[in-house]
Design a protein. Structure first.
Length: 315
């Protein structure tokens, strides 16, 4: 079990990168101290309705009940892991380094620094599948936006890449005053293949999958709820998820809701791109001998020559 690293964001870590030492390690205590300074500076400013410099919206002024995200281990909360998360130094290529990028990402969104948030996606933001303007517009429905980050999972390898999954809890307020609670996972990737550039070897966002938090009355995920994509239908155009099966195997799926397809990859290799069917509920994709069915976090995968196997989303 991993410990929950609860990080209430208020321009936390996004205002400036944590200082690095000579051995490429980051002192998380120094970063936290500077973050507190950012918070104190913020609290000393006038509580206006909008920040003119970056478009960020100030927190509620007291006319609305405060947001109340669920506690760890409760429905709608982060996993209630028990192993303490290290509060010391960490290397940028570690799992904690990946979680730090996730922290910076959501802090940038909270601060209205959408260009900085988009740039943390792979390929200098292109992997978000949104233009800079569309990415910023995807968060326009929010009056305020905050997130808590859980402890990162273990680093997992694929051909030429490394991945880390980090649990996320979003607690936000829509402009009409309704609270919006979401939970999900942000997956980060970095290249390790020979010839990769220094930039490619850094952690970048691979996917963000957020859904309404159970029992919290979360709004339906729209723009910014999955990959950050703007979609007037209320469903993100592209959503990625990773699964672990009963035999210990793992695979990833890239759901393209515009084309109604699901691309299944394992160890960095694409197995097949399945076409959407018409399930009574849940998901159902099929092509040839491949079939993926599921509902919620549970799914069943069928591959050539193998019986269906039960799998579940990696959180």
């Amino acid at each position: 079990m991993r410990a929950v690293l609860l990080v209430p964001f208020l321009c936390l870590a996004a205002c400036s990168q944590p200082a690095t030492t000579g051995n490429s390690e980051v002192d998380i205590n120094d970063a936290a101290e500077r973050a507190r300074g950012d918070i104190n500076t913020y609290n000393a400013t006038d509580n206006v309705s909008e920040v003119a410099t970056n478009g960020a919206v100030a927190p509620a002024t007291g006319d609305e009940p405060p947001l109340a995200p669920a506690e760890p281990g409760q429905p709608g909360g982060l996993p209630d892991d028990k192993t303490p998360v290290s509060e010391g130094k960490f290397t940028p290529d570690s799992a904690q380094g990946a979680a730090n990028v996730a922290q910076i990402y959501f802090a940038s969104i909270e601060g209205g620094k959408y260009a900085a948030a988009r740039a943390l996606w792979g390929n200098d933001g292109a992997d978000s599948k949104l233009s800079p303007a569309a990415f910023a517009a995807s968060f326009a429905k929010y009056k305020e936006y905050h997130a808590n980050i859980g402890g990162p999972g273990e680093i997992e390898g694929a051909a030429g890449s490394r991945y880390v999954s980090v649990p996320v809890q979003v607690y936000a307020r829509l402009k009409d005053g309704r609270p919006d609670y979401q939970t999900g996972t942000i997956v980060l990737r970095r290249a390790v293949v020979d010839g990769a550039t220094a930039e490619q070897r850094k952690w970048h966002i691979y996917s963000v999958d957020l859904k309404p938090a159970p029992g919290r009355g979360g709004a339906k995920p729209e723009a910014g709820g999955g990959t950050g994509a703007a979609d007037t239908s209320g469903t993100p155009p592209v959503v990625s998820a990773r699964y672990r099966c009963m035999d210990g195997s793992k695979f990833a799926v890239r759901f393209d809701n515009q084309r109604d397809t699901a691309a299944i990859t394992r160890n960095g290799r694409t197995l097949a791109t399945l076409d959407g069917q018409k399930p009574a509920s849940g998901i159902w994709y099929r092509k040839g001998p491949y079939e993926l069915r599921g509902k919620g976090d549970a799914a069943t995968l069928t591959t050539p020559g193998q019986p269906p196997i039960a799998c579940s989303v990696i959180r």
